[in-house]
Ligand binder design. Structure first.
Ligand SMILES: Nc1nc2c(ncn2[C@@H]2O[C@H](COP(=O)(O)OP(=O)(O)OP(=O)(O)O)[C@@H](O)[C@H]2O)c(=O)[nH]1
Ligand SMILES: [Mg+2]
Length: 384
């Protein structure tokens, strides 16, 4: 009888253990993982490390037309580090449409063909329909012709290699990554036509800077639409970064406030959003030149960067936007967005030839990690 009771007690006791175990495993792994996923808080940053202030003053913002490319400087190491695998793959994926178009057209052009005028004419059409533009197309074809003659090239297949080489040569001068320098805060004014991708680019750019351990403040300078501020607030929350906004008012005042606030809090970078405007709307262009003047009153080196956001889908129109915004503001850098949505990625070549301007970033998708530092070789490699 006793033996029987003992057996029952033994049987019961192990069933309780797993219950206790369950509670422990539930708590343990969750919190460290969440902590690691959080972006760094700007307010947590140590004020002792101030890399921006130690670097000498920036060259004057070029107000001249046409744009003169500033001297290139060594890109920071972090940017080089990301130039492999994941980074290049993302660009490749983003440029799929342009690559597919070019690859299929060039393959059928070169296969079994001899090099003659007809082949050059077909190549011209392919480049023009990829938005390379007339002057860049002429430049590329002339350079290829010279190489074909000089090296006695007879095999049409080799022209693809030449095209890659000449295109890289053309794009390399505009590969000029943004380098933060001057006195804090470094002010980036973001401008462009409606819907070009300004606000989205600001969200992605903030993430790039946070990853480089910089602190960022965003200024909601698009005061035309309430939704614009809300959209920016969402990006602010995603990045855990403060967005300075005002219920009503003047974009200059909002940006002025943001810069002063960044000064007081010792923040490294202020990125100012502005409302979309057509370069033909004179009063809006006048307004944005006022924003620039007001920024200068607040911080004499600022704006350090006037970043024009261009939508790759606008094709040759991007060049005229660049010309007019440059005349009004002196554009110091470009972000070319939506390259993932177009088969006309050749517009970069047109910019490089017709209005060479530092191409800082390319947008290859809608998510936060889809903004990439422009690299000419990587870009061309992703195209063919
Ligand atoms: N596929 C793709 N979509 C993009 C990219 N950049 C921006 N977009 C989309 O383009 C649309 C317009 O982007 P916004 O950032 O609101 O453009 P905006 O210039 O601020 O527009 P306004 O404030 O109205 O002048 C949004 O749907 C974005 O998600 C990109 O690189 N790729
Ligand atoms: Mg916007």
């Amino acid at each position: 009888m006793f033996e029987f009771l003992k057996k029952i007690i033994k049987k019961d006791s192990p069933e309780k253990k797993p219950v206790a175990k369950k509670e422990v495993t539930k708590k343990a792994p969750a919190s460290p993982k969440q902590k690691a996923a959080k972006p760094p808080k700007t307010s947590d940053k140590k004020k002792t490390v101030k890399p921006l202030q130690s670097i000498k003053a920036p060259p004057k913002v070029a107000e001249k037309k046409p744009v003169v490319l500033p001297e290139k400087e060594e890109a920071p190491k972090e940017e080089k580090k990301s130039g492999f695998f994941g980074f290049a793959d993302k660009i490749k994926k983003g440029l799929t449409k342009t690559r597919e178009k070019l690859t299929s057209e060039l393959t059928s052009l070169f296969t079994g063909k001899k090099i003659d005028e007809a082949l050059f004419e077909e190549l011209e059409t392919i480049l023009l329909t990829s938005d390379v533009g007339i002057s860049a197309t002429t430049f590329l074809l002339d350079s290829i012709r010279v190489s074909v003659k000089k090296n006695n090239i007879e095999n049409a297949d080799e022209i693809k290699g030449l095209l890659k080489e000449k295109l890289t040569e053309l794009l390399t001068p505009i590969e000029n990554p943004l380098i933060l320098k001057g006195t804090n805060p470094y002010v980036i004014m973001v401008v462009g036509v409606n819907g070009a991708g300004k606000t989205t680019t600001i969200g992605k750019l903030t993430k790039i800077f946070l990853d480089e351990n910089k602190s960022v403040l965003i200024a909601a300078g698009d005061t035309f639409r309430a939704a614009a501020t809300e959209q920016l607030q969402v990006w602010g929350e995603r990045n855990n970064v403060h967005v300075v906004s005002q219920a009503s008012g003047d974009p200059s005042a909002v940006i002025f406030d943001a810069i002063n606030s960044a000064k007081a809090k010792n923040i490294d970078i202020v990125i100012a959003d502005t409302a979309g405007r057509l370069p033909t709307q004179k009063h809006l262009i006048d307004e944005i030149t006022k924003v620039k003047r007001v920024i200068k009153k607040c911080h004499e080196e600022a704006p350090h960067e006037i970043l024009l956001v261009l939508d790759a889908n606008t094709g040759q129109n991007a060049i005229s936007q660049l010309k007019i915004f440059n005349e009004a503001l002196g554009i110091t850098g470009l972000a070319l967005t939506k390259l993932d949505g177009t088969a006309k990625g050749g517009v970069i070549a047109a910019i490089a030839k017709e209005q060479p301007t530092p191409l800082r970033y390319i947008g290859v998708g809608e998510s936060i990690d889809d903004l990439k530092v422009f690299n000419a070789k990587e870009y061309v490699d992703a195209l063919f």
